[in-house]
Design a protein. Structure first.
Length: 92
């Protein structure tokens, strides 16, 4: 069955969405690091997050994070589509 539960399309969509979110996060952190640190503290309660003296993401680390987030998003998309296909489309 093609369409919404197509695993290839879900992998591409998942990878694209997570990659865009990664770029937005990196850009937001570059623009307002203190605000992003405060936001992270609200999400990760119980973990002590301290500001580092100098945080910079070079091009190699940026590309590595971009690739890792794309792969992770694709895996999430594949798992999501496979589970949906199994649950929603199985014979009753």
């Amino acid at each position: 069955m093609k369409g919404i539960y197509d695993i290839k399309n879900a992998a591409i969509a998942g990878g694209a969405i997570v990659t865009v979110l990664y770029v937005i996060c990196v850009a937001a952190f570059a623009i307002a690091p203190q605000l992003m640190l405060e936001l992270a503290r609200t999400w990760f309660h119980g973990i002590v997050l301290q500001q580092a003296s100098a945080i910079s993401i070079g091009p190699v680390r940026f590309v590595a994070g971009l690739i890792a987030s794309a792969v992770a998003g694709a895996i999430i998309g594949i798992v999501f589509a496979a589970v949906c296909k199994y649950v929603c489309c199985k014979e009753k």
